[in-house]
Design a protein around this ligand. Structure first.
Ligand code: V47
Length: 383
């Protein structure tokens, strides 16, 4: 075992919280087997052999964006070739198709469109909720929420904006837009986007309003290992606060996102390796002791690596995603889907027990395209 991991191993087996220095030693270590063993220990303590997955669809309502983040290959400017925006009818039609195909969740995010009014977003939620009442709407990154606050002329009243969205049908917030919290990295790679203080403010306000949310970290571009550890610590502190203050909402999961360089302004960078990805998933499990779940987003991690990652702290494989436009692994086809049978097979092959969940991690009983919540189960909130 890497000597530097010995004291960390003792802390992990004693159930003690890891420090910034421990986090750095984890990310600097090449002893990926020990890291896997430690993360796997924590994962088994919380979840045993259970591995969650869900049936969902992604809807990216527009790629027109006022920002020009260097890591992003998705955005277009208004009028540019390939730019698009959905009408409410188109968005609703896709949501209904998803629900009819058995999805429990629709994950909606888009660019910061310069002209669409706030009512576009509330109308989209209302229309989807009416047409597909069983579908959970997980929508809008913190970056979009701040944009909505500006266009609805309430830049300082995030609670009012989130409340309007919640009343219109918003079920929870996805984890996007966090990128790397460090301001230096922010100004180099995604200047103009909200900084970490606002990202946290949106999530804290959502938690106060009783909305669950997720978190992400986009790694493997221009950030340092210290920046990654700091990102973990800030998320852990915010979750401590949500728990201490008894907010109705919390962070449910972190989704570490490996940077995919293709067609972005940072295309010259190599992006993280498979081992980097395993290390980051293990580090997430070890550092975020107050996060119930660690998700491997297979679209970006690939399915084979996600299977291995189940032994590196991961307990959630995300979904049977259809149409993922933000990044495209292995070519230009945006139709990226695995069947429920594929996902379950992956999980079983890796030696785990597949459990279909809804967005709030409540187990589902499925009968073809129909589904219902399993009786007497509570969301797995506490690690
Ligand atoms: O915020 C953009 C990232 C995120 C690239 O909450 C890129 O359940 C890698 O947040 N390489 C959106 N990543 C995706 C996201 C997400 C995905 C799955 C589940 C959940 C959830 C959330 O994608 C953006 C950004 O950080 N991203 N470009 C890229 N080239």
């Amino acid at each position: 075992m890497d000597e530097k991991l010995k004291p960390i191993s003792e802390k992990v087996y004693a159930g003690e919280r890891l420090s910034f220095e421990d986090g750095l030693a984890i990310l600097q270590s090449d002893d990926v087997y020990t890291l896997g063993e430690l993360a796997n220990h924590v994962r088994h303590k919380i979840h045993g052999k259970t591995t969650y997955y869900n049936v969902n669809r992604h809807l990216n309502y527009t790629n027109i964006c006022a920002l020009s983040c260097k890591f992003c290959a998705f955005y277009r400017k208004k009028g540019q070739d390939g730019s698009y925006e959905y009408s409410i009818e188109q968005a609703t039609k896709e949501a209904v198709e998803a629900a009819e195909a058995g999805a429990t969740e629709i994950h909606i995010v888009g660019g910061l469109h310069p002209y669409l009014p706030f009512e576009y977003y509330t109308d989209m939620l209302t229309s989807i909720r009416k047409a597909a009442p069983q579908l959970h709407i997980k929508a809008f990154t913190a970056v979009e929420i701040v944009h909505f606050a500006r266009i609805s002329k309430r830049p300082k009243d995030l609670a009012a904006v989130l409340n309007d969205l919640k009343n219109a049908g918003l079920g929870s917030l996805p984890g996007g837009g966090a990128e790397i919290f460090d301001d230096r990295v922010h100004d180099k790679a995604f200047k103009g986007k909200i900084r970490s203080d606002m990202w946290f403010k949106v999530h804290q306000t959502a938690h106060e309003l009783g909305l669950m949310s997720n978190a992400t970290m986009l790694y493997g571009h221009i950030e340092s290992l210290e920046d990654r550890v700091q990102h973990f610590i800030q998320l852990r502190d915010a979750q401590d606060e949500a728990i201490e203050k008894g907010f109705g909402g919390r962070f449910q999961t972190i989704i570490p996102l490996p940077f995919i360089p293709d067609k972005s302004e940072l295309e010259h960078l190599p992006g993280p390796s498979g081992l980097d990805n395993l290390k980051m998933l293990a580090a997430s499990r070890l550092m975020l002791d107050n996060f119930p779940h660690i998700k491997s987003f297979w679209i970006m991690q690939t399915l084979p690596l996600s299977e291995i990652a189940l032994n590196f702290g991961v307990d959630d494989m995300d979904g049977t995603v259809v149409w993922y436009d933000i990044t495209k692994v292995g070519g230009s086809d945006t139709h990226q889907e695995v069947t429920t049978a594929d996902l379950r097979k992956s999980i079983i092959d890796a030696g785990y027990r597949p459990v279909e969940r809804d967005t709030l991690y409540r187990p589902i009983i499925r009968n073809g395209k129909d589904w219902q919540l399993a009786p007497t189960t509570e969301p797995a909130l506490q690690p």
